[in-house]
Design a protein around this ligand. Structure first.
Ligand SMILES: Cc1cc2nc3c(=O)[nH]c(=O)nc-3n(C[C@H](O)[C@H](O)[C@H](O)COP(=O)(O)O)c2cc1C
Length: 400
């Protein structure tokens, strides 16, 4: 059997050296890799390295070996194109169909899956122009991996780091083995809740929780990357809206319930990643509660909040709708998770262990996804996007 043909596009970012590791993994696992660097990429790693490691010729321009028409052939014959690192510049060019070197021509002629692994400074990544370009590429069917958070060039840290080559390699393998030519959630509408509800006591105080919303945002971003129309119901996150996602802001559990019930009738899947308060203060003081000299404070009487997950699981808004819950547990994690899954009646429950320094606010997560059909899918420690991808894999399986 012919080896799968992979084009490794390398653009001019400081992380170009990490693409050598990706190249090595691809060639050692039996892929025929043709490296197509941009001229800028060669400032970071020379053509000799790419050629020696891949065993294939390397050019950046359309003018080499013209008799073989490489500007068309390379893309046409590829089973996968992966661009790592993808600069802000290459994302812009690819989004707008520019074709001024061999890599951009290849991106226009490829009909196989295309994966971009962006890497750049946080400011460049967050710039609306880059975000628009990412949304355009995703709309065109490309898979754009979210950059990792961490040390960037120089002393800076933030979002924009190239994901670990092993992670990019795993995504390439998954895309190749599934032969995804269409994003698998295309045509689906998914609703994701994120963040933590706040239950007001008075105009300045509330009962809340430590949920940052990052896991829910990772779910929203990855679903959008896989082609879904996404409604993200965000409770008190303060995070920037993900590209290409409809965001509904809510504050309390009651507001979150209203927003979920409004969006759910049209949804193929509802993923309840938000931490919803079980209780709220019975009364709301219109003015700030004052301490009174010599008097103990009034006790706070709590009443139950609606159980949104149980409600939408019991009364499915659509037949075949897949409902996913999250359980944050501090002990007896799996046993408590299984009980919760049965009590709530959802299809999947993501169970993770939380604590003051665990999960909440962190960029990483580790969990087990329990299925109502008895399945258990462990997800090892890694970026929240990893867990999100696994959740969507399981949802997509159930949607059929
Ligand atoms: C030291 C250095 C590091 C750079 N790192 C990045 C980077 O990580 N991401 C990025 O988008 N641009 C980076 N740039 C800017 C790009 O090299 C520049 O936009 C170039 O035009 C990209 O060309 P290309 O997309 O054709 O490879 C860097 C430039 C220099 C000089």
């Amino acid at each position: 059997m012919d080896k799968p043909k992979v084009v490794l596009g390398v653009s001019g970012g400081i992380a170009a050296y990490k693409a050598c590791e990706l190249l090595r993994r691809l060639t050692e696992s039996g892929h025929d890799v043709r490296v197509v660097p941009t001229a800028s990429a060669l400032h970071f790693v020379g053509a000799a390295t790419w050629s020696a490691l891949s065993g294939n010729p390397v050019s950046t321009e359309v003018w080499d070996d013209v008799h073989e028409v490489p500007h068309v052939r390379i893309g046409q014959h590829a089973d996968l194109v992966v661009v790592a690192p993808a600069t802000a510049d290459i994302l812009a060019k690819a989004a707008h169909g520019l074709a001024d070197d061999l890599l951009t021509n290849t991106l226009l002629t490829a009909r196989c899956p295309v994966v971009f692994a962006p890497a750049m400074h946080t400011e460049m990544w967050e710039h609306p122009a880059t975000q628009e370009n990412v949304a355009t590429l995703r709309r065109h069917g490309a898979i754009v991996i979210e950059p990792a958070v961490g040390r960037l060039t120089g002393v800076d840290t933030g979002k924009g780091r190239l994901p670990d080559p092993t992670e990019i390699y795993a995504i390439c393998r998954r895309v190749l083995s599934r032969g995804i030519t269409e994003p698998d959630l295309k045509g689906r509408h998914v609703v994701v809740s994120a963040g933590g509800t706040r239950e007001p006591l008075d105009p300045v105080r509330f009962l809340g929780n430590r949920s940052s919303g990052k896991q829910g945002y990772a779910l929203a971003r990855t679903a959008a990357a896989r082609g879904a129309r996404v409604t993200l119901i965000a409770a008190n996150t303060g995070l920037p809206d993900p590209a290409g996602v409809d965001v509904v802001q809510v504050g309390t559990a009651v507001q979150l319930r209203e927003a979920v019930l409004k969006a759910a009738p049209d949804a193929d899947a509802v993923v309840m990643a938000a931490a919803v308060a079980d209780f709220r203060p019975q009364t709301y003081a219109a003015g700030k509660i004052k301490k009174k000299d010599g008097q103990d404070p009034e006790p706070i009487v709590l009443v139950r909040n609606p159980d949104i997950l149980a409600e939408i699981s019991a009364e499915r808004a659509r037949p075949g709708q897949v409902i996913v819950g999250f359980a944050a547990e501090t002990d007896d994690v799996l046993a408590n998770g299984r009980t919760k899954l049965e009590r709530k009646g959802c299809d999947l429950l993501v169970v993770n262990e939380v604590g003051e320094r665990k999960t909440f606010g962190s960029e990483e997560n580790e969990a087990v996804v329990l299925g109502a059909d008895g399945t258990e899918t462990p997800v090892s420690h890694g970026p929240k996007e990893h867990l999100a991808e696994t959740v969507w894999d399981l949802v997509a399986e159930r949607l059929g």
